[in-house]
Design a binder for this molecule. Sequence first.
Ligand SMILES: NC(=O)c1ccc[n+]([C@@H]2O[C@H](COP(=O)([O-])OP(=O)(O)OC[C@H]3O[C@@H](n4cnc5c(N)ncnc54)[C@H](OP(=O)(O)O)[C@@H]3O)[C@@H](O)[C@H]2O)c1
Length: 238
Amino acid sequence: MTATKTVALITGANKGIGFEIARQLGKKGFLVVLGARETTKGKAAVAKLCAEGIDAHFVKLEVSSKTDVEALPGFFREKFGRLDVLVNNAGVAEWTHDDLDTFRRTFEANVFGVVAVTYALLPLLTASPAGRIVNHSSALGSLTSITSAPEEFGDFVNPAYTTSKAALNGFTVALAHKLRETNVKVNSAHPGWVKTDLGGDAAPMEVVDGAKSAVTLATLPANGPTGGFFHMGERLPW
Ligand SMILES: NC(=O)c1ccc[n+]([C@@H]2O[C@H](COP(=O)([O-])OP(=O)(O)OC[C@H]3O[C@@H](n4cnc5c(N)ncnc54)[C@H](OP(=O)(O)O)[C@@H]3O)[C@@H](O)[C@H]2O)c1
């Protein structure tokens, strides 16, 4: 069966900004698939969105699990016959650590997980008439921003997190270049500093606004940009 609606996968969507991105895309009429590494939490999140009238579905997805990632293309082909939008949102930050193990864990989720999920789903995304890939990055991954205004970022400039998001931005640029002759657009989004488990209580932005940058990039028109880095429609420096 092929779904008539545009189908979007959001990784790490059981809570935080990912959940809100799923809600906002669902409200726009997308069929949304919430990826979550814990089945109970993922299904509870899906149930909340379904109760709001959103066409929401669950897929178990630990982005560093080879088994979970390899099952993805078959899941989308069999259940929906298509995938149009991939929001690589799942991410981790260990603010107070930067030892080698922290680097490995951070890169596993924020970089290698994104690459694995994206490459597994690329055949489906390139088959879509308007494939969109959004990599949820951070202004902390902008080397220009953290060196030109270090006081704005303070102790949040954590080596493991910053280099993981800078690497993710590099992936955005290189993948957009590789896909430049296709219908797929690839962009990085900075959500802002958002009140979530990762962002903490001191963050000034609510999740409803934190989701907007990614939602805009997930719904770009055919003449929209590719290979860029954006916050609320404004282009950010690398
Ligand atoms: N909040 C901010 O201020 C801020 C600022 C800039 C960028 N960002 C980025 O925005 C994205 C979302 O952050 P958030 O603030 O919403 O964080 P959050 O509330 O902590 O949510 C993170 C989500 O990612 C999932 N996740 C983490 N590692 C995973 C893995 N290996 N496989 C699958 N899922 C995994 C988590 O699952 P569990 O619930 O199972 O842990 C959770 O669903 C992240 O990429 C983050 O770096 C956030």
